[in-house]
Design a protein. Structure first.
Ligand SMILES: [Zn+2]
Length: 153
């Protein structure tokens, strides 16, 4: 990780045609905020953060989702607690090694009632697998799916 890029980390505003990273004078196309070197740098940084600071990474991802959905967000790092095991499936919560994406056992932030947003009391860390199964299903839908599986086994 190159030190000279550090200052660009949290810059969001950009001048048209110039890389948005602080102090970078590279010109960029309309579709990009950052030059290719900085895009690569930030991608590596994001991967590094997911590996070393999973709570922080989960929080920033949740914040983005909340913004996109237009739902409330008031979590702080203290509110994101990764338990040893998934409270839904009981499997150990462990992250995948290396550069791959989430695996079944990866910790994943569950939003109990999505419409209420990522707010204190409405979230818990569960396994990625459990979260994927739940997805955005309602209790009624999940019960219907359970019924279906039971009837078809
Ligand atoms: Zn740049």
């Amino acid at each position: 990780m190159s030190k000279k890029f550090d200052k660009g980390l949290y810059v969001s505003k950009r001048k048209a045609g110039v890389c948005a990273a602080h102090g970078c004078a590279q010109t960029v196309g309309q579709q990009h905020a950052y030059c290719s070197a900085h895009r690569q740098y930030f991608a590596n940084q994001a991967r590094f953060n997911r590996m070393t600071k999973p709570e922080r990474a989960m929080m920033s991802q949740a914040k983005k989702r909340a913004k996109r959905r237009g739902t409330p967000f008031n979590l702080t790092l203290r509110d994101i607690v990764i338990p040893k095991t998934c409270p839904v499936l009981g499997i150990a919560l462990v992250r995948g090694e290396g550069t791959g994406g989430a695996i079944d056992s990866s910790p994943s932030l569950d939003c109990f009632r999505p419409a209420l947003g990522y707010v204190v009391g409405n979230v818990a860390v569960i396994s990625y697998r459990a979260n994927r199964i739940k997805c955005d299903a309602s209790l009624e839908e999940l019960e219907k799916v359970t019924d279906w599986v039971r009837r078809t086994q």
